[in-house]
Design a protein around this ligand. Sequence first.
Ligand SMILES: NC(=O)c1ccc[n+]([C@@H]2O[C@H](COP(=O)([O-])OP(=O)(O)OC[C@H]3O[C@@H](n4cnc5c(N)ncnc54)[C@H](OP(=O)(O)O)[C@@H]3O)[C@@H](O)[C@H]2O)c1
Length: 242
Amino acid sequence: MSPMILITGASRGIGLAAAKFILADGAKVIALQRTIIPALEALSTKYPGAIQIIKGDFTKPEDISSALASLAGDSLDAVVLNAAVGEPFGTIATMPLDSFRVIFDVNFFGVVQFLQLALPKLREAKGKVVFVSSTAGEIGAKGLGAYGASKAALNQLNRTLAVEEPDITSIAFHPGVVRTEMAAAIQRDGKDHMDPAVVGMLAATASETDVPGRGIRNLVLRAETEYSGKYLYFDDPLVTSL
Ligand SMILES: NC(=O)c1ccc[n+]([C@@H]2O[C@H](COP(=O)([O-])OP(=O)(O)OC[C@H]3O[C@@H](n4cnc5c(N)ncnc54)[C@H](OP(=O)(O)O)[C@@H]3O)[C@@H](O)[C@H]2O)c1
């Protein structure tokens, strides 16, 4: 039977690329996002019966339940916790506390809640969780403090999940700098808060979404249990050689 992979945020960017690679490999996808665009709908035509597109907010319990209900008795072999927000941007000194909360509500508490609802099905299948993380969670980057802190918290969630849920393979994945709407927002709106050299470096080094899309496909379909608890870069041979 084809593995069933649930992806949060497949309407564009890295999530859409991951969905394409996973479907091309013969697995099935449940895609949960708030907007549905033609490129996502086109996957239903290209892979009839292999993708279920759920319009919803992954931070809302009722929308998570709808996505899980669409399994209809199938196993849940992996979730890709990809959906996130990068904005608002701002420094610690100037960014309102509520803006920190906006980012943490989605990127951290949203993910925790999602896991709490999905874990029973993941345990049943001895499934996998791939957290889509960021280098912003490892380094100090001016103007990206709230986003970076949310990704550092996500990395810690990954390590904790790996020890608390031995039947689940839990991996944090750094996709690299990737040409997406989130990256465009940094160039457009983030630049006023950030170090210009960092903004320039991000623009100059961005890859296409295929690079992390392939990496996520490799991890959800082929990673062994020994990978659990690891934080892996898109270009790590542990990812690319799978
Ligand atoms: N691009 C980069 O350079 C880069 C670098 C490091 C890490 N990352 C990480 O990679 C992941 C994907 O980023 P991206 O660059 O592809 O971003 P993106 O182009 O902005 O796409 C984000 C996706 O998340 C979905 N989303 C956001 N909030 C959601 C919510 N509440 N419920 C459901 N879906 C939601 C969006 O869909 P809707 O708006 O339709 O809901 C969209 O499909 C994120 O975790 C990001 O932090 C990106």
